[in-house]
Design a protein around this ligand. Structure first.
Ligand code: ZN
Length: 198
């Protein structure tokens, strides 16, 4: 089910865009943005626990596209079945089973911003503790570089979403956890959204 009337034709995601997160998962630093996609059916309003396949959170700075440019920013969770992803990675197989499942994309509202993209940053609190924080200054590839790279081979239409990767601090979700995602432009809070894991 789509939240906040989000109607992307696709969601483009960047893996391995923060050096400290690359190290925490023991991955190689990519020589170009490492991209994957989520389908619109991945979007959910709630975060759902999955007992069988543990789900890990990745808090990310996200953008909505209009006229080929970033029009709005929001907080997004790239929810990941990490064990399945590790198995797929080990075999060199695509990640869709671990990244594109129903409910794997959860977003705050998207809001217009007037400042510069480079001043945007995120914070993720879990049960009142700061779990993740990061912003453009920690990214390997800046959002505009990612956008240009994607558009070099793939047409983005109005409403498409870009997820720019996660900073360090990823981990497993548990039933009842309270997640609060925030997006700032420098010190100014632009949007905040809370969820309780179902
Ligand atoms: Zn991610």
């Amino acid at each position: 089910m789509l939240s906040y009337a989000l109607k992307p034709t696709k969601i483009l995601c960047v893996a391995r865009n923060y050096v400290a997160h690359i190290k925490e998962l023991d991955n190689e630093v990519p020589s170009q943005p490492a991209l994957f996609m989520k389908p619109p059916s991945a979007i959910a309003n709630e975060i759902y626990f999955n007992k069988q396949d543990p789900i890990h959170y990745e808090g990310e700075l996200c953008f909505i596209i209009k006229d080929g440019k970033f029009s709005k920013v929001g907080f997004g969770l790239d929810l990941t079945k990490r064990e399945i992803q590790s198995q797929l990675k080990a075999k060199g197989l695509p990640w869709e089973r671990a990244k594109a499942f129903d409910g794997s994309a959860v977003f705050s509202e998207f809001v217009a911003f007037s400042g510069e993209v480079k001043d945007l940053r995120l914070e993720l609190f879990i049960n009142g503790q700061l779990a993740q924080q990061g912003g453009c200054e920690l990214m390997l590839y800046q959002p505009e570089e990612i956008l240009a790279d994607i558009q070099s081979f793939c047409t983005l239409v109005d409403g498409d979403i870009i997820m720019t990767g996660t900073p360090k601090g990823v981990g497993e979700i548990h039933q009842g956890d309270k997640f609060v995602g925030k997006i700032f432009s420098q010190q100014e809070l632009l949007v905040e959204k809370a969820w309780i894991v179902k």
